[in-house]
Design a protein around this ligand. Sequence first.
Ligand code: NDP
Length: 284
Amino acid sequence: MAEVIDGAAIAKRIRGELAHLISAKKLQPGLAVVLVGDNQASEVYVRNKGRASEETGILSETHRLPAATTQDELLALVAQLNADKKIHGILVQLPLPPQIDAQAIIAAIDPDKDVDGFSPVNIGRLSLGLPCFVPCTPQGCMILLREVEPHLAGKRALVIGRSNIVGKPVAQLLLAANCTVTIAHSRTRDLADECRRADILIAAIGKPAFVRGEWVKEGAIVVDVGINRIADPALPGKTRLVGDVDFKGAAARAAFITPVPGGVGPMTIACLLKNTVQSAEKAR
Ligand code: NDP
């Protein structure tokens, strides 16, 4: 039976270390979060990020803009935040309304304040192995992996999903850690077979319990990035969160597995705070 990797506890430890660093070095990190429109899920994420920032000692300001905001208006806000000396991190919450070109907005964020690590400059630096802001969710996955397996070199890693925010950057990080990396996606022919060979399996698909327990290699490390809300069969009318992996089936075979919730999710926020503190230190 797999040991469960407690992402919530590890994230709490990181937030504690950051709070200590902020007070020891007398830093005043500032994070600006921009939310356009009224997406319910985004609202929850933004509130959680704001709360976690304040608890850690990071100044947090949220800019709420109406759904009809134009691209120029949003670019003007980004320019204002780029110039604001008390702000060290800028995060524009995705998705953005259809009239706005998200790539253009992300590219307009000063790369030295791009704490999400999504700008072309940061992604370029990541793939070149240069210092950069490492995207938060992939960074969180690597911390969880290293927590249970410090020796990643030579391991076969399978990343399921090739999005710009999770799949591709996590594959880059695994490669940098000397894993032998395979990236699977919706056109992959025999996913079960790919899974059976993987010492490390990262699932970032967005489909509830898609990875079946019997696909998991005995003794593998499973990191489940997926966050899917489904109807709860035990409580009619209620919903619950599940990952992209069949937790019970996979836990019966894996050596280590992350839960959903309480795995990668809390690590994403902890890494956002980490990047913001890193930015404040660099600015000083
Ligand atoms: P995307 O929808 O951008 O990407 C999903 C990927 O899964 C795509 O590359 C897609 O392939 C692949 N995929 C879809 N169907 C299959 C299939 N049948 N077989 C193999 N691969 C498939 O999602 P994200 O990367 O943004 O997010 C993935 C999950 O992670 C979601 O559940 C999301 O909610 C969660 N998430 C969690 C975070 C956290 O903090 N824990 C942060 C960010 C995301 P193709 O490219 O061919 O379409």
